[in-house]
Design a protein around this ligand. Structure first.
Ligand SMILES: NC(=O)c1ccc[n+]([C@@H]2O[C@H](COP(=O)([O-])OP(=O)(O)OC[C@H]3O[C@@H](n4cnc5c(N)ncnc54)[C@H](OP(=O)(O)O)[C@@H]3O)[C@@H](O)[C@H]2O)c1
Length: 423
């Protein structure tokens, strides 16, 4: 949670000392945008650590350019090959190569690091992002899935360790900027905006025929494949509701979603006195990322600027839930709490991966997720009727990271069972 105390209690070193950064997921969309900003401000930032899973070629180029002290990859074999290639006169820096989740946790909690950019996609970011929070780092949170899975644990741990969770998702960053020092009791409503994705106007009877290429063709944003599909189904907005609930200490029923076709208004806060504050700009992830890297300063970014005169109109529309059934599903999970968000998130990752592999149709995504959430309801009801003690703890409450991982796994397994029948 970003409290007024945490905002005013800013690090005093910001102006004078280079911030040392671990960039988790440096080869992805968030990673590349982050490096673009760091290139613009070499005096202000130094890359201490980079990570990826498969994109070794792109990572090698980054190592040559940014000369990190630490690099994390997926396997011991990748680490040893990279070590070898940089040893063989590749004009490489003195870099330590680590691997796996343990390696990611190491680079997230390294004592030299000031700020961790959480740019891994999905539940894979849970443990490394949590390690950064446990180590009391400033954490730029783009990777929303860990907060969806274990939001309460993140917020409580950050309170204990003094870690700062800086909202980097464009919508949450907009709210962060608009809220500034205002306490949660002055919030009447948080309004997350959504572009509506590629299918906002597609006739409903054409949804059955949607192709992967069409789903990956977002009208306003260029992002990784998983979040692009989540944007097309609007699951992304559902995950964002849960993320906003934790980041801004705001009840789910005070968080609304509106379609904003142009993606110029990145989100809004309605205060109890009827004032609305919105943040606007071109859809460019470098703005929210730079806000978090520079925080509490603003950086003089060199990027294309919005010309308000060029805006003919800004459109706001209610969301059609029939068109986007993943949104009500995620809203239900958000209200239910306990293990439901982690179950939904795990199931969604499994199902989206199947869609990306062209194993299922676009319309199957929501159907399978609805079936998994139905399974969850029945499990909770049946077990409750038999004996409370039989309900797996992780479905009732996420108290530990292990609970979050188990709930995630439960969701994936249930989705896997339904997937078998769809194939
Ligand atoms: N992209 C955006 O504009 C945007 C906006 C708001 C929020 N976000 C959030 O930010 C996160 C990252 O999104 P993205 O679009 O940047 O994703 P992306 O382009 O797919 O990049 C993901 C990054 O994470 C690495 N990675 C993937 N799976 C991993 C695993 N199992 N273990 C370790 N590393 C792994 C990837 O490495 P490889 O390249 O080797 O696969 C890559 O560096 C997501 O949670 C998304 O919801 C993104």
């Amino acid at each position: 949670m970003i409290s007024s105390e945490s905002l005013s209690n800013s690090p005093e070193t910001q102006n004078s000392v280079q911030k040392k950064i671990t960039l988790l997921g440096s080869t992805g969309s968030i990673g590349l945008n982050t490096l673009d900003i760091i290139r613009q401000f070499p005096q202000k930032f130094r890359i201490e650590a980079l990570s990826c899973r498969n994109s070794i070629e792109s990572l090698s180029e980054q190592i040559k350019e940014f000369k990190p002290r630490l690099v994390c990859v997926d396997t011991a074999k990748q680490a040893s090959e990279l070590r070898e290639s940089f040893r063989n006169g590749n004009s490489g820096p003195e870099t330590e190569f680590v691997w796996s989740t343990e390696g990611l946790k190491q680079i997230s909690s390294d004592p030299e690091v000031d700020l961790v950019v959480a740019g891994i996609v999905g539940a894979a970011g849970l443990e490394p992002t949590f390690a950064a929070v446990e180590a009391g780092k400033i954490v730029a949170v783009a990777n929303k899935e860990p907060l969806v899975m274990a939001g309460e644990l993140f917020i409580q741990t950050a309170k204990k360790t003094g870690a700062k969770l800086l909202p980097t998702d464009s919508e949450h960053n907009a709210i962060f900027q608009a809220l500034h020092d205002e306490p949660p009791e002055r919030i009447a409503r948080l309004i997350l905006t959504a572009s509506g994705g590629p299918f906002r106007d597609l006739p409903l009877d054409e949804f059955e025929k949607i192709t992967l290429a069409e789903a990956l063709n977002h009208p306003n944003w260029e992002m990784g494949r998983k979040i692009t599909i989540d944007s097309a189904t609007m699951m992304n907005k559902g995950l964002e509701i849960i993320e906003a609930h934790w980041l801004f200490n705001t009840p789910v029923d005070k968080i609304d979603v509106l379609m904003q076709r142009e993606s110029i208004i990145h989100s809004m806060v309605e205060f109890i006195d009827g004032s609305f504050l919105a943040q606007m700009g071109l859809p460019d992830m470098r703005v929210p990322i730079a806000y978090c890297l520079g925080w509490p300063e603003r950086l003089p970014l060199k990027i294309p600027r919005l010309d308000p005169v060029s805006l003919n109109a800004l459109h706001f529309e209610a969301i059609d839930e029939q068109r986007f059934p993943c949104l009500p599903l995620s809203l239900k999970a958000a209200k239910q709490g306990g293990g439901a968000p982690a179950v939904l998130n795990g199931a969604n990752e499994k199902v989206v991966a199947a869609f990306l592999n062209e194993e299922i149709r676009f319309v199957d995504i929501a159907k399978i997720l609805a079936s998994v959430m139905q399974d969850l309801d029945e499990t909770l009801q049946q077990t409750a009727q038999d004996s409370l003690a039989d309900i797996p703890d992780f479905l009732l409450k996420i108290k530990t990271l292990e609970d979050a991982l188990q709930a995630d796994q439960w969701g994936r397994e249930q989705a896997g069972k339904v997937l078998k029948h769809v194939h």
